[in-house]
Design a protein around this ligand. Sequence first.
Ligand SMILES: NC(=O)c1ccc[n+]([C@@H]2O[C@H](COP(=O)([O-])OP(=O)(O)OC[C@H]3O[C@@H](n4cnc5c(N)ncnc54)[C@H](O)[C@@H]3O)[C@@H](O)[C@H]2O)c1
Length: 275
Amino acid sequence: MTDTLKGKWALILGASSGFGAATARALSAAGMNICGVHLDLRATLPAAKAVIADIEACGSQALFFNTNAADPDRRTKVLDGLANALQGGSEPRVEPGAEPRVHVLMHSLAFGTLLPFIADKPEKAISQAQIEMTMNVMANSLVYWSQDLVRRDLLAPGSRIFSMTSEGSHRVVRNYGAVGAAKAALEAYTRQLALELGPRGILVNTIEAGVTDTPALRKIPGHEEMLAASLRRNPSGRMTTTDDVAATILALSQPSLRFISGSVIFVDGGEDVVG
Ligand SMILES: NC(=O)c1ccc[n+]([C@@H]2O[C@H](COP(=O)([O-])OP(=O)(O)OC[C@H]3O[C@@H](n4cnc5c(N)ncnc54)[C@H](O)[C@@H]3O)[C@@H](O)[C@H]2O)c1
C-alpha cells in the first residue's frame, strides 16, 4: 500500500523535532522525499542533521532549510528551492511518472509565548507583540504557505494538508492563552481551507494529538504535572507518542483515502473525551 507514495514530496514545517521529525521519518520510510523547514541554533542542530541522515538512509531526498517559516521572504526562498527540486534540480532524480507537485503539506510549528494575560506587573503579562508573533507562527502561517503553494500550482488534486492542534483550542491551560487562541484559529483556518480547496480535490485536516513528551511540551511551565495528569487520565493507559501521529499522517496520505477533509482527527488514545 505504501508503495504508492514512492517518489512523492512532502513539505514539513517544523521537520527537525517532535511530530514533524517523526512524520518526516515515517513518510521517507514509505519512499517519499522530504522538504523540511526548521529553526535550530547550534544546540539543536544535530537533531535536524539526524533527521536528514535518516531520510537519506531510506534512499529519499532531503531538502532542508534552517529558516524562519513565518517570514514571507524566507518562504519564497524555500518554495523556489522546492519548485526547482520538484522539476528534478541539477541532478534529475524524479521518479518516472511522478507528479512534480507537493503531495503532503504538514504544519507542525511550535514557537509561542507562554505567559499569562493578567499579572501583577505589566512586564510579567504577555505583550501585544508576543500574542501577534504566536498567532503568526502557529496559526496564520498555515494560510500563507497554503496560498503560495496554490498560486505556484504546487498542489494537485489528491494533495493533503495537515495542521497540528491540541486540546488547548477548546480547554483552558494556565499560561497557554496565546497558544490556545492560535490553536482555535488554526482549526478555523483548517476548516476554511477544506472549504476553499475542496473543489480542487485537496484534502485539509487537523490532527489533535494528546499530550506528548516533546521539546515544545517541556517549555510549558508545569509540564511535569501535565504529563503525569495525561498518563493518569488517558483511557489507553499510556501517553501519545510522536510515532502515533506519524503513523496517522502516513495512513491519511495514502492516495486511496480520498474523502476525509475538514476534520479534527484525534490521535490521543481517547484522552480528550475524558476531559
Ligand atoms: N507536544 C504536545 O504535547 C503537542 C500536543 C498537541 C499539539 N502539538 C502541536 O504540534 C506542533 C509541533 O509541536 P512539537 O511538540 O512537535 O514541537 P517541537 O518543539 O518538538 O518541534 C517544533 C518544530 O518547529 C520548528 N520551528 C519552530 N518555530 C519555527 C519557525 N519560526 N520557523 C521554522 N521552524 C520553526 C522547530 O525547529 C521544530 O522543528 C505544534 O503546533 C504543537 O502546538 C503539540
